[in-house]
Design a binder for this molecule. Sequence first.
Ligand SMILES: CCCCCCCCCCCCCCCC(=O)SCCNC(=O)CCNC(=O)[C@H](O)C(C)(C)COP(=O)(O)OP(=O)(O)OC[C@H]1O[C@@H](n2cnc3c(N)ncnc32)[C@H](O)[C@@H]1OP(=O)(O)O
Length: 168
Amino acid sequence: MKYTIKSKQNNSKMCLVCGTDNNLSLKARFYETENDEVVALFTPRDHHQSYPDRLHGGMASAILDEIIGRAIMSRYEDTVWGVTAELTLRYKKPVPLNQELKVVGRITSERGAIFEGSGEIILPDGQVAVSATGKYLKMAIDKISSKEFADNEWFLVDDETPVDEVEV
Ligand SMILES: CCCCCCCCCCCCCCCC(=O)SCCNC(=O)CCNC(=O)[C@H](O)C(C)(C)COP(=O)(O)OP(=O)(O)OC[C@H]1O[C@@H](n2cnc3c(N)ncnc32)[C@H](O)[C@@H]1OP(=O)(O)O
């Protein structure tokens, strides 16, 4: 399936998943799609492994958590953020290291202050390696971060060739 990209989301400095200044981070980039999903591109490295040649399950969980959390930001143009209350994963196939992978996430329901979402890590051959569903509490940014932090550590990384389309 081809996803047409609407916009790129911000990265942070120190987040384990999207932190540009964190050497251990997955350094994932996130894109909002025309069909209200969020797609991420990331390349897991050797320091993210569990058993040899496979991504640690906790890291797989981290990127799936973040993609669902970011799907709510997309819906509310960054005025609503998600705090994870529950996350359930199904590890179907090992996730390889040192090759670019795709992750897709979306909101599946909203009820008051709670939203639910789902996401998948997709292997280069198109198979789903890990899937997740999660339940989150909506939060305003001032309940999570100071304005100073947001101003200094949440920014658009625009040093790459623009991505217009992602095929999953
Ligand atoms: C500028 C910034 C840069 C940022 C830089 C980069 C970051 C860019 C990434 C963005 C995307 C991140 C995505 C990853 C997001 C995390 O990783 S967040 C980190 C991990 N999660 C946490 O730390 C959460 C820790 N837990 C908590 O803080 C609290 O337990 C919670 C989840 C806020 C709930 O608080 P609480 O006091 O229990 O809430 P409470 O008032 O009792 O309940 C509120 C409502 O929720 C319901 N509820 C609570 N828990 C549940 C549940 N598990 N199931 C169902 N209902 C529930 C209650 O029933 C209640 O409902 P109502 O009665 O109002 O109808």
